[in-house]
Design a binder for this molecule. Structure first.
Ligand code: 3NM
Length: 183
């Protein structure tokens, strides 16, 4: 994981989310601190789900889903300055998240994904367009995004994309190509 994170950083990736759905708090903290030590301030590090472990790891922000701490609960833990991201999966959730102090909103899954257990229904490019019309905050599209469809996702209104599968297969080549496509 550390080597892959460094490789992505070297390609110009500027934000990484640490996501660990199976580890316990102790392992998440250990790995979070190792990531922070290895990458220092060269990449913005976002902790998935856990505001407490974001602080304990020295990360730059936390990302919460619909079943985690509420955005305002997480904000109370991390304070006014760290970044808060919120996952949404439909227009109603997006509207609700837009009324919080979130620094960015995510919409997804845009396309079918095998990286998430029990994903919500796909929203498609139309879901990205609808989300764009509902918020002026930075909008991150997620779910099944590849180098092939990334440009269309940006053209539908996303400011950027969050990717797992298409980055993990060949991180270096993929990150470079994504940055070219998104740039
Ligand atoms: N969240 P991949 S979709 C972690 O819809 C995650 O909020 C989603 O992985 C959401 O790029 C997803 O491999 C998985 O599809 C993204």
């Amino acid at each position: 994981m550390l080597a892959a994170a460094e490789e992505l950083r070297a390609c110009g990736v500027s934000l990484l989310q640490y996501r660990n759905k199976s580890g316990d708090a102790r392992q998440i903290l250990e790995q979070g601190r190792a990531l922070k030590a290895r990458l220092a301030d060269s990449v913005r590090l976002i902790m998935n789900d856990r505001a407490d472990l974001c602080l304990a790891s020295g990360f730059d922000g936390v990302h919460v889903g619909q079943d985690d701490l509420s955005p305002e609960g997480a904000r109370r833990v991390i304070g006014p300055d760290l970044w808060l991201g919120v996952s949404t999966h439909n227009p109603e959730q997006l509207r609700e998240a837009d009324a919080t102090t979130a620094d960015y909103l995510a919409i997804g899954p845009v396309f079918a994904t095998s990286s998430k257990d029990k994903p919500d229904p796909v929203v498609g490019l139309e879901g990205v367009r609808r989300a764009r019309a509902l918020t002026r905050r930075p909008l991150v599209a997620i779910g099944g995004i590849t180098r092939e469809n990334g440009r269309a996702v940006i053209e539908a209104g996303a400011d950027t994309v969050a990717v797992i599968s298409d980055l993990t297969r060949e991180p270096h080549k993929s990150a470079e190509e994504f940055l070219r496509i998104l740039g």
